[in-house]
Write a new protein. Structure first.
Length: 193
């Protein structure tokens, strides 16, 4: 998936118009809405995922504008979405792999029970996990984190055919794929000069 949050509008448009990307991702609601409006017809050439922290007071703004929300990190958010959705929405649960205060997510140790709790929400279609690895210049050092995510995915979604595991970014996606990522989030490798 192409993370377009820092990309120039003309670069995103060119990739979309060439059919170069199937998924686009944004992490800020207002930026995503402005970008999609500016892209006009081109925005419809890809599906859109929301990957940022979503506050409950912004739920109405994302409904109908994203094909998936990949950052479910609280039951309060799941409840707010469930109340407003007309039909089931695919979501990923954001799992926190660091101790950084600025990063959202469900702690890895609580991920399986969180998935179980989401069964109470009929319109929340939990499809897997999204995780952001710790910042490290050596992608190989992230392998244990990626492996732990894959193990937690298998444990938490035993009955789901092909659960999604979104992990890995421009600097570490190769290791993430080797450890079981089904979706990587690429931004700077696509758009940085």
């Amino acid at each position: 998936m192409a993370v377009v949050k820092y990309a120039a509008l003309e670069d995103v448009k060119a990739l979309l118009d060439e059919g170069g990307i199937a998924w686009c991702a944004e992490n800020r609601v207002q930026d995503a809405l402005r970008r999609r409006e500016a892209l006009a017809e081109s925005a419809g050439k890809a599906r859109w995922r929301f990957i940022g922290h979503l506050q409950t007071n912004k739920v109405n703004q994302v409904l109908g504008r994203f094909d998936s929300i990949d950052s479910i990190d609280s039951l309060k958010l799941a409840e707010a979405l469930n109340k407003r959705l007309e039909r089931p929405l695919p979501v990923l649960i954001q799992v926190k792999l660091t101790e950084r205060e600025t990063q959202s997510g469900v702690p890895l140790a609580e991920a399986k029970s969180f998935v179980s709790a989401l069964n109470n929400f009929s319109k929340i279609d939990a499809r897997g996990f999204m995780a952001i690895a710790p910042i490290d210049d050596d992608p190989e050092s992230l392998r244990p984190h990626f492996r732990a995510m894959r193990e937690k995915l298998d444990e938490s979604f035993p009955n789901l055919d092909k659960p999604e595991l979104s992990m890995g970014m421009s600097g570490d996606f190769e290791v993430a794929v080797e450890e079981g990522a089904t979706m990587v989030r690429i931004g700077s490798a696509l758009f940085d000069e």
